[in-house]
Design a protein around this ligand. Sequence first.
Ligand SMILES: *[C@@H]1O[C@H](CO)[C@@H](O)[C@H](O)[C@H]1NC(C)=O
Length: 186
Amino acid sequence: MKSSFFLFFVFLLPLIRAQVPHWGPCPEPAVQPAFNLKQFMGRWFEIAKLPAQFEKGRCIETNFTLTTDSSIRVVSSEILKGEVRKIEGTGVIEDMKNPAKLGISYSYVLPYSPYWILSTDYVNSALVYSCTDVLRLFHVDFAWILSRTRTLPDTTIEKAREVFATNNIDVSRMIASRQQGCDKTF
Ligand SMILES: *[C@@H]1O[C@H](CO)[C@@H](O)[C@H](O)[C@H]1NC(C)=O
């Protein structure tokens, strides 16, 4: 018993914490049925994300605005070192038969990255997933729990994690995003 604890801390924990890509192709999660892009527009706050990112920005939020029936303007902002930083991108529904599968790009020179709405009620929370295959050998993925307000009840977060997990998305390393001290002016 004692020695297995020792093994866990010395050998396994560093592996679990490392940013390792997952083997195999991307999972194919179910997405929000009859997704309504218009209802999804507006302001969403980032409550939790996968994986932990290098930059330590906080108060991350995104404002989506409809530009046509199937394309959107995306403005994300965060507070980093006491300054508000914004980045702007565009999003599209790439296939009208699959409206919950958006593509978002933050630069004209970059292709659209998947931005799939797995589930949302439009007024409280949304679960978003992005996954890219690398040679069908492994995949790198991102996941977000978004909210219309800066906090969500723990039960909602727990449920969200279960939805990811039942879709074969490993959210064990998902971390909470900081949404405290955001409303003062800079
Ligand atoms: C979101 O974007 C729209 C259109 O640019 C703007 O009118 C609105 O004020 C923005 N909302 C927030 C919270 O930034």
